[in-house]
Write a protein that binds this ligand. Structure first.
Ligand SMILES: [Zn+2]
Length: 253
């Protein structure tokens, strides 16, 4: 089965993101995201998008979209901004914490972007960003240069296709390193229903209690799942939390 990647063009619709001399982050991110997606698709990756047009969705909605689609990876594309114009330039990637395959992917992307000519500002941990925190899969947010740096914008416009290739290459290299040996991955199953109304009722109930729940459709069944964890201990801790809240659970991998 090919890997699936949910690509997210940062901002959109009523949220322009950062703006500099009329240039809007949401336009740069959409154009770049679509270009990256095309390259990934040509390399056999199953690509999905949170948006392909100029529409607004909250970061939480974007994370839930990725969870509901059961994507293997989530990559969000942004442009950076600094309080003072033309003060800082370069690329950086953000991840929930500096560990695992997401950290590797972020480093690979930054390295590739450096070879296009960007200054590499490195990978940073941002545990409070919704798209990194609420997604169940390894997630990376790429800041493709500063929108209020003329140098970065020049680079962005003159080397647009190379930049798309660089980000796609960073993703593809990471995937080819893991090959078919995927990291063990655990989720907690809370319900299994044929009737998707029952599944959705349970989903709403869990989300209202702040559990990172989603529904996975397998054939005629709807599985209500919570979380996605690299290590079994974290999955067990979540299972215990759910059991204390009165749910029957089962750890699945
Ligand atoms: Zn942004």
């Amino acid at each position: 089965m090919p890997y699936s990647v949910m690509l997210d063009a940062g901002h959109g619709g009523t949220d322009p993101g950062a703006v500099y001399n009329g240039r809007q982050e949401k336009d740069d991110t959409l154009r770049l995201t679509l270009a990256i997606g095309e390259i990934l698709q040509n390399n056999g990756i199953d690509v999905e998008y949170t948006r392909t047009t100029d529409v607004y969705e909250s970061p939480y909605e974007k994370a839930m979209e990725a969870n509901n689609a059961g994507a293997d990876f989530f990559v969000s594309i942004h442009r950076n901004s600094f309080p003072t114009d033309n003060q800082v330039m370069g690329v950086e990637s953000l991840v929930y914490d500096l560990s695992g395959i997401k950290y590797e992917m972020a480093q690979n992307i930054d390295e590739q972007l450096e070879s296009v000519g960007f200054v590499d500002l490195g990978v940073k941990a941002r545990p409070n960003l919704v798209v990194l925190k609420r997604t169940n899969m390894p997630s990376v947010l790429v800041e493709a240069g500063f929108i209020n740096s003329d140098t970065d914008n020049q680079l962005f416009d003159d080397n647009f296709q190379d930049i798309a290739e660089a980000i796609a290459r960073g993703i593809l290299d990471t995937l080819s390193n893991i090959g078919d040996v995927r990291e063990p991955f655990y989720r907690v199953q809370v319900g299994l229903y044929r009737n998707n109304m029952n599944a959705n009722r349970l989903l709403e109930e869990l989300l209202a209690q702040d559990f990172p729940a989603f529904v996975d459709n397998v054939g005629e069944y709807n599985r209500v799942l919570v979380g996605g964890y690299d290590d079994l201990n974290t999955a067990v801790a979540m299972e215990q939390r759910l059991r204390r809240a009165g749910y029957d659970t089962l750890i699945v991998s």
